[in-house]
Design a protein. Structure first.
Length: 311
């Protein structure tokens, strides 16, 4: 069957479950101990002042990521509460729960703002401190900075991937990708069919992380600096631009994934996904399918209700 293009559909692995965002609704499905699947449904709130910004290249990426982080926080809170309840832990706003939520959030987007600053500025200091005497300023230092950033990113993800909870999270991440790949291929969403597909996907947020490193090297190389302080300030000021361009590169590689030769541009992101995804079991795939199907069902219901009202 012909491939279905679904640019408005996105997913995210959460604690013991999967969240999918559609055109009008976001849905999280989690598996309870009694094997039932529980849903958390939330309408996508569209603010009038945000809509125009989401149509402007290089700005829409930053807006979309912030919006996704805000929406994801609500679903992450729901999933973490259910995880605590199913584990027999007390559900509270105490440090243990907060630590768990923050830890899982770091896996998904490296805590977006905090993580992005850390992974942007730490390599600057490492490159200057370790190689400042031997590597000249400008492009050589920027390349060294990019190298440290990749090592730091890979080391961090590889280290946290050893935790049992994170391994489960990465399995749900793989299940999410399998469902999207199966849907785009136009096959029926059954566990057997979905399991045949890859855990890798061009449009994944993990790809965005690695692209932001490469894009950052190119953009930072266009600007000169006279001191370490000026270099740090420059990185902070240019960070929104790096994020915006990286988002456009991610979308571009997704459009080119069926084009011979050019499809290889997206491979660095896919390689990183080999760390951030794991093969899911059938139960996890079933949860991902349930979340996706519920999201599509609610989207369709919303459209039908809107047509009935306006018709």
């Amino acid at each position: 069957m012909a491939q279905q293009k679904v640019p408005s559909y996105g997913g995210q692995a959460v604690i013991e479950g999967v969240m999918f965002g559609g055109k009008t609704m976001t849905v999280t499905a989690v598996r309870k101990k009694n094997h039932e699947i529980e849903y958390f449904e939330a309408p996508r709130t569209e603010y009038k002042w945000i809509t125009p910004l989401k149509k402007i290249p290089f700005i829409r990426g930053l807006v979309g990521l912030i919006e996704a982080s805000a929406n994801g926080a609500k679903h992450l809170n729901f999933a973490s509460e259910r995880y605590s309840m199913e584990s027999g832990e007390e559900v509270s706003a105490g440090p243990s729960k907060l630590t768990m939520i923050l830890g899982v959030a770091l896996v998904g987007v490296l805590s977006f703002l905090f993580g992005k600053f850390v992974f942007t500025l730490v390599p600057v200091f490492l490159a200057d401190f370790l190689l400042g005497k031997w590597v000249p300023d400008g492009v050589p230092q920027t390349l060294a900075e990019g190298g440290f950033k990749i090592l730091l990113l890979l080391g961090y993800i590889t280290a946290i991937a050893q935790a049992p909870l994170i391994k489960r999270l990465f399995q749900y991440h793989g299940a999410e990708h399998k469902v999207i790949n199966a849907f785009e291929a136009g096959v029926e969403l059954t566990v057997e069919n979905v399991q045949k597909f890859s855990t890798l996907h061009y449009r994944c947020g993990s790809s965005f992380l690695i692209f932001s490193v490469f894009v950052g090297v190119v953009i930072y190389s266009l600007f000169s600096y006279d001191s370490l302080t000026e270099r740090v300030v420059q990185r902070i000021v240019l960070l929104p631009l790096v994020i915006g361009v990286s988002y456009e590169v991610l979308q571009w590689t997704n459009k080119l994934r069926d084009t011979p030769v050019l499809r290889y541009l997206g491979y660095p992101g896919l390689w990183l996904q080999k760390i951030t995804t794991r093969e899911p079991d059938d139960s996890q795939v079933e949860v991902a399918i349930a979340s996706f199907q519920k999201m599509r069902e609610l989207d369709l219901q919303h459209v039908q209700e809107k047509m009935a009202t306006t018709g």
